[in-house]
Ligand binder design. Structure first.
Ligand SMILES: *Cc1c(COP(=O)(O)O)cnc(C)c1O
Length: 370
């Protein structure tokens, strides 16, 4: 079978690397989209083992699924706020919504009144990304209305960087300044700004809590800089069969790959239904025994072909798998070739793989927060 290897020791190690960078500021784990495709349960439990006690998911259903797997005292934030009708599910999951709009604030205030107790929330402000969070005017209105946050305990004030992965972009310092000014008008609470990129922008972007996602999963947190993270996943596709085709023979749908010489073509058990981008048709490669084998023809739903002409015959005779993500090409490389980002490669990882989980082996209590 095609095998997705998930190295939990590398995941734990990456948390420690980020924790060392952020220290003494604590590090939350962003585990939305099923832990960036790796599995929110194993990811959250691994992060908890190395000292993580605060988690972020995107939507209510993710919080409902994750809560039973977390320690009772772990904090679980829901980034996309209070979807209408989700109030009671959020309360039952002991989840803390991120209030992004005046609608969110009103729904959570009403829910608090209904249940007759104070409910915790984070408040997000828009510091320049124009995606989620209260605008300047909405923050002003909130600050001027003593009842707006009745029954709501603000435990975090946050915002999100649009360009955290671009260390030289002046938008970062502009957002930091605007965030500080907006947060000053809200009830006093710990502040959080930096995502993975923000962690590596330095302490000015750490606030009181950092929220890395992608760096924990091994992708480069910043463009154009060396990647300090350990790779967390490897993907090895099963070789279904191979054949020799004469010069002039087309390969795959549309016969888009034709060569003027004889070639050996191998077929791998992976396709776009497994999240291997169709944009990689005739682009990129797999590796067999470290030998590059270019993708030949279009990526199909369940299979793709590679040109294994350069792979020595004796190697090909015994090879069972071809590396698609691993020592010879990272998720960042594959993403760039497909015209996308590592986030999309990870979150689209398919459900048909054998998932091989490598356990945490390193020192268990070294959360490196000193
Ligand atoms: C997804 C997300 C993060 C994590 O971002 P990475 O770039 O993966 O580190 C942090 N904060 C918010 C609000 C997010 O949406």
């Amino acid at each position: 079978m095609t095998v997705l290897t998930i190295d939990l020791d590398a995941l734990a190690g990456n948390y420690r690397i980020v924790a060392a960078r952020a220290a003494p500021v604590p590090v939350a784990g962003v585990v939305k989209a099923d832990g960036y495709g790796l599995g929110a349960a194993i990811v959250a439990q691994t992060l908890a083992q190395v000292g993580c006690d605060t988690f972020f998911v995107a939507v209510t259903s993710e919080a409902v699924a994750l809560r039973p797997l977390l320690a009772a005292e772990a904090r679980l934030f829901v980034l996309n706020g209070v979807a209408p009708g989700d109030e009671h599910a959020l309360i039952a999951a002991d989840a803390i919504p991120v209030l992004n709009s005046t609608g969110d604030v009103a729904r959570w205030r009403t829910a608090a009144a209904e249940v007759g107790r104070t409910l915790k929330a984070a408040v997000q402000v828009d510091s320049g990304m124009s995606r989620l969070g209260l605008s300047d005017g909405e923050v002003a209105a909130l600050a001027d209305d003593p009842n707006a946050l009745a029954g709501i305990e603000v435990v975090l004030v946050m915002s999100h960087l649009a360009c955290g992965d671009a260390p030289d972009d002046p938008a970062n310092s502009a957002q930091r300044a605007r965030f500080a000014a907006l947060a000053d008008r809200l009830p006093p609470a710990p502040r959080s700004l930096g995502n993975s990129g923000g962690v590596f922008l330095g302490p000015d972007f750490h606030g009181d809590l950092v929220r890395p996602g992608i760096a924990l999963y091994g992708a480069a947190p910043q463009e154009g800089r060396d990647n300090p993270m350990r790779p967390v996943i490897a993907l090895d596709a099963r070789i279904v069969q191979w054949r020799t085709v004469p010069a002039g023979t087309g390969v795959g749908y549309g016969l888009t790959s034709v060569a003027d010489h004889d070639r050996r073509i191998a077929t791998l058990s992976i396709g776009y239904a497994d999240g291997w981008p169709r944009a990689l048709s005739n682009v990129g490669a797999a590796y067999i025994g470290g030998v590059r084998a270019p993708i030949a023809g279009r990526v199909s739903m369940d299979s793709l072909c590679i040109d294994v002409s350069d792979v020595p015959a004796e190697l090909l005779a015994t090879a069972t798998h071809a590396e698609l993500i691993g020592p010879h090409q990272t998720i960042d490389t594959v993403a760039a070739q497909a015209g996308t980002i590592a986030y999309e490669i990870l979150t689209q990882l398919g459900r048909r793989y054998a998932r091989r989980i490598l356990p945490v082996t390193g020192e268990r209590n070294g959360a490196c927060v000193s």
